[in-house]
Design a protein. Structure first.
Length: 263
């Protein structure tokens, strides 16, 4: 049985790309992203945590971004990777879960959100840069899982992801224990995120924490601010005329007309 040419891989853009590069064009490279997100299962629910720094390469683009996304009243998700991808994916799955709840009249299952998300990411083979920590509480109890950008998942009692995940995981592996209380879980997630903030240049600013229980959830926005600036210049900056030298000045005058032609 023969195989058609359209069934194989297509490399028709390879020669085109080589010609573009040979003409002097330099293709943009990938920007390093920075995040520390983690979660753990305690006796009665799930605790999720995240830092609040958004980076654009070596630039801090946002000091107080929200990385813990709403999926359902009983399900939340921490996002690492490209901000646009994590926002788009979580919003899309959240909308799908809302429609499902209206259709069946029941609480969303964490496994349902997990399956929807992993199938969507697998379809794009990792090109959607969304590394997620999904947690929630449903009829089966607390549930926590990671979702890699290419769609693979791991269900574990404690997880970390992002560029600061190794530092956070060191804290988790050293201090996690079974049947932790809610306050013990919050403190452990707090210490893990702080370790990622101080050990990873891409992570920073504040610590956000979301606690999910069977009867609801609580969000602690700005739970801790370990990197708060101590010195602030209260005096106003003054730049007198002539501070910046004008090398060249060109003024062009344009004539505009507001007349409108009507039939």
């Amino acid at each position: 049985m023969g195989v058609s040419e359209r069934a194989a891989f297509n490399f028709e853009n390879k020669l085109r790309n080589e010609r573009i590069v040979a003409s002097g064009y330099t293709a943009p490279g990938f920007l390093k992203t920075g995040t520390t997100i983690c979660g753990l299962v305690f006796k009665d629910g799930v605790v999720l945590g995240a830092d609040t720094r958004a980076t654009q390469g070596s630039i801090v683009a946002d000091k107080n971004t929200d990385k813990i996304h709403y999926m359902a009243p009983n399900i939340y998700c921490c996002g690492a990777g490209t901000s646009a991808d994590t926002n788009a994916v979580t919003n899309m799955i959240s909308s799908a879960l809302a429609l499902q709840r209206l259709n069946i009249g029941r609480q969303s299952r964490v496994k349902t959100a997990l399956r929807m998300t992993k199938q969507h990411l697998f379809r794009y083979q990792g090109h959607v840069s969304a590394a997620l920590v999904l947690g929630g509480v449903d009829v089966d109890g607390p549930y926590l899982s990671t979702i890699a950008p290419h769609g693979s998942t791991d269900r574990l009692p404690y997880v970390t992801m992002g560029s600061g995940s190794l530092a956070a995981m060191a804290v988790m592996e050293a201090e996690y224990k079974s049947d932790m209380t809610e306050q013990e879980g919050i403190q452990l997630v707090h210490r893990a995120i702080c370790r990622g903030i101080f050990e990873d240049l891409g992570s920073g600013s504040n610590v956000d924490i979301r606690v999910i229980r069977k009867d609801g959830s609580d969000f602690f926005r700005g739970y801790d601010k370990p990197n708060e600036r101590l010195f602030r210049n209260t005096a106003a900056y003054s730049f007198p005329p002539g501070t910046v030298v004008v090398l060249n000045e060109k003024v062009e005058h344009f004539e505009t007309s507001s007349a409108m032609q009507t039939d």
